[in-house]
Write a protein that binds this ligand. Sequence first.
Ligand code: GLN
Length: 490
Amino acid sequence: IAKECLANQSKHVRLNAFISRASQASILARASAAQDVAPGHWPPHGQLIAIKDNICTTDFPTTAASGTLKNFTSPYDATVVKLLRDAGAIIAGKTNMDEFGMGSHSIHSHFGAVRHEEEEGTVLSAGGSSGGSAVAVSSGQCTAALGTDTGGSVRLPAAYTSIVGFKPSYGLLSRWGVIAYANSLDTVGIIAEDVETTKHLFMTLNKYDSQDPTSLPPSTRARLGATSGFNSDPRHSQRPLRIGIPLEYNISDLHPDVKATWKRALDLLELEGHTLHPVSLPNTRHALSAYYILAPAEASSNLAKYDGVRYGTRADGPDGTPTSVLFAQTRGANLGLEVQRRILLGAFSLSAQAIDNYFIQAQKIRRLVQQDFDRVFATPNPLLSTPDTHAEDEGVDVIISPTAPTPSPLLSTVSSQPPTSAYKNDVFTVPASLAGLPAINIPIMVPQGDKQRPASPSYHSKYSWRTLGVQIIGQYGTDDLVLEVAEALK
Ligand code: GLN
C-alpha cells in the first residue's frame, strides 16, 4: 500500500495536495517495520495518513498555508497526531489548504491552489479549506487524512472529490496543537475513501485530552455512550430509523443533479425499511449570515498574535521602526487578502458601535439554530442540563441533506468570483457547525450517472463523475449512529 501511495504521490505532484511530504525512504522503512510488528492490523496501523497543515507536527513545518508561518516548525505534536503515531500510523506529510482554514475552494494558500482533476485537462475546485487532504485521499496518495472543519471544511472538499468526510461532535477530538481559526467551531475531522477506515480513525482519536479545555470530560463521555450511542443500544440496529428531511434545505439554487442524488439517498434508506419524515429547521436560513459574523470575529482575535514579534515572519524594516508600523507592514505583507478581509470583518463586528447589531445577534441565531435541531431530534441534547423541548417519539434519529448546493465548480470560475460566492457553498454545512453536531459527507451515485462518465480515465477510480455528496447530521454525541447510517448508504 505504501508503495502504491508513493507512486501516486509522484504521479500527482501537479495537484498540489501537499505542502510538505515525508521522504520515500522513511515511508518505506516505517511501512516495513509496521508490517513486522503487527501484520494485517487495522488502520491506521502501518497506513499513510496525511495531516492538514494547521495541525502541529514536529517533523514537518506547520504553516497553515500562510506566509506568516512559512518558517514555523512546532516543538510538539498535536494530540491527534500523537494518537495516530501511537497507533502505528505513518505520517505522509502536511496537506495544502486555505490559509488558516478560511475558504471553500483551497485557493487562498501561500503555496498556490489545490487542483482537483477528475478528467484530464479539466481542473475543478477541490473544495475547502481541507482541499489538500481531500485530494491526497481521492488521488490515492495516502489512505486517509486529517482535516479541520469549522464551517464545513472537511465535508465540502469530501463532497467535491467523492470521498468520505466526517466532522465529529464538537469536543470529542482534541484541538490541542491545532492552529485556531474560530475556537468555538473548530473541529478536527477525518477524510477517507470509506466509512470503515473513517470509523477506525475515529475510534483511535476519540479520547479525552486534559490539555484541551473544550475536550469533553470522561464523565460526560460515559453518559453519551450510555444514552445515545448507536452501538451501545442494540435496539437501534433492530428498529427502523426515523430519517428527517429538512424542508428549508430544498433551496431554489439547488443543482438538479444534487437534488436527484439527495432523493436517491432517501429512497435507498426507505428501501431498507427506515421511514422518512419532513422536518422544519426555520432558522437555517439565517445560519450562514451568523456563521460569517461569528467565525471572523473569533478569527480576528485569534490571529492578532501574528504580528512578527510574538509570532510569525517579520517584515523587513529598519531597526527602530515603531511597533505600530512594524505590525502593519508585517501583517500586510504576510497575511493573504482573504485572511485580512476576515480580520477586518471580525474587528468591525466586535467594535463598540457594531457589536450589538452583529456579534450579539449572530450569537442569538446560533442558539436558535441549535434549538431547531433539538426540537426535531428524538434524542435530547445531552449537553443541556434542563430538559429541552425535543420531539421524543415523533422525533427523527438523523437528518439527511445535500452537502453542497452544486457539484464541484471549475477552478477558473471560483478563482475570479467575489468572496460571497464562495461563502454560499457552506449553506448546508454551517448549521451543524453552529450547533456542534456530528455530520458526515458520503458519496452517493447520481441517478443515471453512468451516462455522464467521461471516456478518459480519471485518477479516482471508483466514484468520480458518478457521485455527489450527501450529508448525514445527528444529535450531539450520536456519532456512532451517524457512522452506521453512512455505512448503510455506502
Ligand atoms: N468555508 C468556511 C470558511 O471559510 C469554512 C471553513 C472551515 O470550515 N475551516 O470559513
